[in-house]
Design a protein around this ligand. Structure first.
Ligand code: RM4
Ligand code: MN
Ligand code: MN
Length: 430
């Protein structure tokens, strides 16, 4: 049996912080109460919030220059689900993990499901990978996959996606996420419209293979690895594709896949309006798809995204059911610490958005009182909701301070012994 953080350690660390936590929670409750906000209602909502962890996120990521793996890295999906379970054990915010194929392939999915269940984690959306060539694959994706100029390559990419659906059915997933790297590096390299036709043709075949209760998530990205044009470059293209495919196709917003300064919360509002918001891959960025930790660079933008989500749920927007996931790359931190911190940052943005007085905001907007509207919104963002997050974790059996417990447990050093390094293990974002 491999090492898991003992519950007694969590209890011990929580006991050390319990008095301060109780004091801070009570003080915040009084503060919020003065503005008519019931802290218990917010805590209950945060306690039921869940966000998926990507299996590729628990390995150390790299850049195109280098990768500096840490000790005790997960070597395969069985190690990865252990790390995902540890993140959930301490934060109680990440009950599922999202696998990526072919990276997470195993010969026996029943064994995988049993191991995951024993660890207390389930599986979320399955992700296909046609942005790399898999070992032994007959045709290369160097010039594209679902939108390749040659039918045989497109067929191979379609078959891979169908296989992902089949694996996902075994795992209990209900969605397939498709991100393609297809695009071009030179004007003139490809016909901007024909590649989209080919993409739609391929996706139509994949769509036809979706089980009745499944959805397909289309993930757009403006550049990289293609640097001149990307086939699914933006939310407009993604929406065109979703509408062409049918009611089970939705548009996924990866925060890092936009140009700097793009108003992502407005994209979110529009996709909610047309009932095509699939959900999110959360991360943060400064210059491009930097895949930095969620909330590390621009927590205000994250808050503004959650403001749209809470607004939609407040007015019971039809068809509103977004899937939440983290998708980031950890080059200089322990991935478990980063993913725990990021899961908590999404909860923070959620709690802050829940605090916003929506009736007062609507009144200020009706009066065209720009300053008042802004101040009402900002009041949510400026509230330190940390005691609410800690309270929600404790009530669910987690840690008041997950990173402190993780460090005290020596998890990584124990795993370094349990997981002797293997050459060429693929983890992180390549
Ligand atoms: C991409 C994209 C996808 C993820 C890969 C690993 O940039 O965000 O969601 O599957 O990275
Ligand atoms: Mn992504
Ligand atoms: Mn990405």
């Amino acid at each position: 049996m491999s090492y898991r953080i003992p519950d007694a350690l969590i209890a011990e660390e929580n006991a050390r912080l319990a008095a301060a936590q109780a004091e801070d929670y009570a003080a915040l409750g009084r503060r919020l109460g003065r503005s008519g906000v019931d802290i218990e209602a917010i805590t209950a909502k945060v306690a039921s919030f869940a966000i998926a962890v990507p299996t590729w996120g628990v390995g150390t990521g790299g850049t195109r220059f280098a990768r500096f793996p840490g000790v005790g890295e997960p070597r395969h999906i069985f190690d990865k689900i252990e790390d995902c379970a540890t993140i959930h054990q301490l934060t109680r915010a990440t009950p599922t993990c999202s696998p990526h194929y072919p990276w997470d392939k195993v010969s026996d999915y029943r064994e995988l499901i049993e191991r995951a269940a024993a660890l207390g984690v389930g599986f979320d959306a399955v992700n296909s990978n046609t942005f790399q060539d898999a070992a032994g694959q007959p045709l290369t994706y160097k010039f594209g996959s679902l939108a390749h100029s040659q039918k045989a390559v497109r067929d191979q990419a379609v078959a891979h996606n169908v296989e992902c659906i089949e694996i996902g059915q075994k795992l209990g997933s209900k969605a397939l996420t498709v991100w393609i790297a297809d695009g071009s590096n030179f004007p003139g390299q490809s016909n901007l419209n024909r590649v989209f036709d080919w993409y739609l043709e391929s996706m139509t075949e994949i769509y036809a293979r979706l089980p009745q209760d499944w959805r397909v998530f289309i993930e757009h990205k403006l550049y990289e690895p293609a640097f001149y044009s990307t086939v699914i470059s933006d939310w407009g293209t993604s929406l065109m594709a979703a509408e062409a495919l049918g009611p089970k196709a939705f548009c996924l917003v990866d925060l890092g896949h936009h140009a700097p300064n793009v108003n992502i919360e407005q994209i979110v509002a529009r996709l909610i309006r047309v009932q095509r918001l699939a959900g999110f891959h959360f991360n943060d960025s400064k210059y491009g798809d930097d895949d930095l930790d969620t909330g590390a660079i621009d927590p205000f933008r994250l808050f503004l995204v959650f403001n749209e989500l809470v607004d939609a749920s407040h007015r019971s927007a039809p068809g509103f059911d977004p899937a939440y996931m983290l998708d980031q790359s950890h080059n200089v931190t322990d991935p478990i610490e980063s993913l725990m911190a990021s899961a908590m940052e999404t909860e923070r943005a959620y709690a802050q958005a829940l605090i916003v007085d929506r009736d007062a905001l609507a009144a200020a907007q009706a009066d065209n009182d720009a300053m008042l509207g802004h101040r009402i919104l900002k009041a949510g963002f400026l509230a330190d909701v940390s005691p609410i997050l800690a309270e929600a974790r404790v009530r669910n059996g987690g840690a008041i301070d997950p990173i402190a417990v993780y460090r005290a447990s020596n998890y990584r050093r124990v795993k370094a012994k349990e997981r002797p390094a293997v050459a060429g293990s693929s983890s992180g974002i390549v």
